[in-house]
Design a protein around this ligand. Structure first.
Ligand SMILES: NC(=O)c1ccc[n+]([C@@H]2O[C@H](COP(=O)([O-])OP(=O)(O)OC[C@H]3O[C@@H](n4cnc5c(N)ncnc54)[C@H](OP(=O)(O)O)[C@@H]3O)[C@@H](O)[C@H]2O)c1
Length: 265
């Protein structure tokens, strides 16, 4: 039996992926930082479908030992992964001068290092028969450098480029897709942020259900990357026609007056 490993499983988008797969009866292995949140989520899933195969294991994606412990646990239980859905991400958005070392490490490790490390560990164990799937959640912000959202956009760009290159290396053996959503109203601070961006925010935003559904279809088809939503596709195309300096000037205006710092420690 092959499990789908989902990071950020208790978050807004992660729980959406989880619910979709749980409804189909797919064996799932869920991770996030909080063991309590994972246990509560597992109980809720099992209540709906007692036969569902659900394994939980907490992991702090910033920590090498914590990441290794998760795969050791899976090895000890002879758990094999046929799909990885890397949803975890830290979306701190503020001027880079406001960052301290902890913010830098958290965002770079969770958004990029953790993903690369999980992909490596998974590939070492997965049957590379062409059906193995790796789906990473990037962001539409990575379509260009984003002043005042600089580190986030850069980590998501790194993830996207890594996935695209890896897809070529693994051709015929595994499918690799990076999905680039626009704003999703998953947390209260994100909802406020979308509202603060007025018409642009409203047009770019979409439900996590739509994103998760389209992303699952895209990785089945081994798409290299997928931008979700007509407006986001149009913005991506339109932006490519404009000089980069104009695009960054616009991005700076959009982000300068808002701030998100959910993952404080
Ligand atoms: N919402 C949007 O507008 C939007 C737009 C584009 C892209 N995205 C991307 O979509 C993904 C999901 O975002 P979301 O909106 O669902 O936000 P969310 O609810 O805050 O989910 C983020 C998840 O990341 C996990 N995480 C954070 N730090 C972690 C760490 N150190 N170790 C392990 N897990 C950690 C959290 O897990 P725990 O809290 O359970 O530990 C949480 O489940 C992210 O990659 C985000 O960048 C979001």
């Amino acid at each position: 039996m092959l499990y789908t490993l989902i990071t950020g499983a208790c978050g807004g988008l992660g729980s959406t992926f989880t619910n979709i797969l749980a409804e189909k009866g797919t064996p799932i292995f869920l991770t996030g930082r909080s063991g309590d949140k994972l246990a509560a989520f597992k109980s809720a899933l099992k209540e709906k479908n007692p036969a569902l195969e659900v394994v939980i294991y907490p992991c702090d994606l910033r920590e090498e030992e914590s990441r290794a412990a998760l795969f050791d646990y899976a090895d000890r239980g002879n758990i094999m992964f046929g799909r990885l859905i890397y949803v975890a991400g830290v979306d701190t958005q503020m001027a880079f001068e406001e960052y301290d070392e902890a913010h830098i490490l958290t965002q770079t490790r969770v958004n990029f290092e953790g993903a690369v490390s999980f992909i490596k560990s998974m590939l070492e164990r997965a049957p590379l028969d062409g059906n193995t799937e790796i789906l990473c959640v990037g962001s539409v912000t990575s379509i260009m450098p984003e002043p005042y959202f600089a580190l986030y956009a850069a980590t998501k760009k790194a993830l996207e480029y890594f996935c695209m290159a890896l897809r070529t290396e693994l051709k015929g053996r595994a499918k690799v897709t990076c999905v680039l959503p626009g704003g999703m109203p998953t947390r209260e601070d994100i909802k406020e942020n979308i509202k603060a961006h007025g018409g642009y925010g409203a047009l770019s935003a979409m439900s996590p259900d739509k994103v998760a559904g389209k992303a699952l279809k895209a990785v089945k088809k081994n798409k290299k990357r997928i931008i979700i939503g007509f407006w986001n596709k149009l913005t991506n195309f339109g932006a490519s026609l404009l000089p980069l300096s104009w695009r960054m000037h616009f991005a700076a205006k959009v982000w300068k007056n808002t701030r998100k710092d959910f993952y404080k420690e």
